[in-house]
Design a protein around this ligand. Sequence first.
Ligand code: NAD
Length: 436
Amino acid sequence: MADRYLSFTATAPGRFLTRRLGLPQPAALRRWSPEHPSLTGSLLHLTAGTTALDLAPVLARTGLTLDGSADPAAIVLDATGVRDVDTLAEVHAALHPVVRSVATSGRVVVLGSPLDAAADDHHRAAVQQALEGFVRSLGKEIGRGRTVNLVRLTDASAAESTLRFLLSPRSAYISGQMIGVGAEGPEGTVDWALPLAGRTALVTGGARGIGEAVAETLARDGAHVVVLDIPQAEADARRVAERLCGSALALDITAADAGERIAAELPDGIDVLIHNAGITRDRRLVNMPAERWGSVLDVNLASVLRTTDALLAKGALRTGGRIVATASIAGLAGNAGQTNYGASKAGVAGLVRSLAPRALAEHGVTVNAVAPGFIETKMTAAVPLFIREAGRRMNSLAQGGLPVDVAETTAWLAHPASGAVNGQVVRVCGQSLLGA
Ligand code: NAD
């Protein structure tokens, strides 16, 4: 279902009327396309406090110019050196004069230190935590399709894939988020044009919706994609796979031996495992039969646990592998009628945080999750009009996201250069007011 309000506010009378009425003013977001792969314009690099980061070489490779010209497409503020309230004031001093000039659909990325680096200095801990409130608040007021995010890091090269992603049109629907990046940089050379060339990616629930967009995006990045879906959706899975020169696998992911069947189907192993298949069976708890509870927990959580365990135990995920699971802001915020779904998606976040360090240490595999907000799919098109309108507008970008927004986030997490991003649950929600 097209977002007619967004089209209306893109016209001059629409802009005039909605401004007069004090209604939301969503900006048409600029997304990745082969013709426009990067933001265009300059990048302003600012610092607050004394920093030890060597950012310049990484920023020089973002595709943005570093000439300090007016109306930047993006600002990177290095606040890793903020250690007390006085140096925190430098965040205000740096951004106050320039934030208005950031281009429509531009980016503000604030860099902070990992919170554990400030564990025994409560002044530093306070002001590093303060950056989160700052970023979330600026994200809510900046408008015009511009986004504001915080990256906690210690090493610029380990964060290159993350900075490139956040400073590009691929991150159009991510705002108000905190992303932690570890210190281990990528080994060897990185093919930024076709990062997944020669790699195999399995996408569960890939026959339609968000999964289909994920399959397309991973194929764009060079992966051989295996589109897994239930046998009833086999024709759609084949259609997607053929278009992407991949393959299809008809399999109900809740089958007890699903992991073994996948491993048998892909004897050379998997590089990227995307747990996208998911279902809803909404009812308030008082009206929810055990069957509705069980089916949602089985597809959304138990099968993710089972297949992950089986594939890791069999060594089917190659070293350097990536697991990306799908949570939801309903799991982080809770939603009436979705105790089963909310539990399953919060469970995904718990799985990711617990498994990530061990999977990396024992298998060389990262584990992260995407947590979509309101995404324009068949599922959300079926939501009653007023609830749908509320879902679309109740975020800082005042519009729903597209499946491709989740797909681009997944592709960044699946990137060979994203090995330092582990155990993160990244919301793709336009900074939804829910569970903020
Ligand atoms: P969708 O219903 O359009 O697609 C889900 C796909 O998963 C379908 O192709 C379906 O056949 C497949 N699937 C379901 N059960 C399966 C099983 N047992 N085995 C194999 N495949 C199975 O849903 P979507 O909107 O594209 O959502 C994709 C994921 O994103 C889900 O995990 C969903 O919970 C999550 N999500 C979606 C939104 C949104 O706004 N659409 C928001 C938050 C989270």
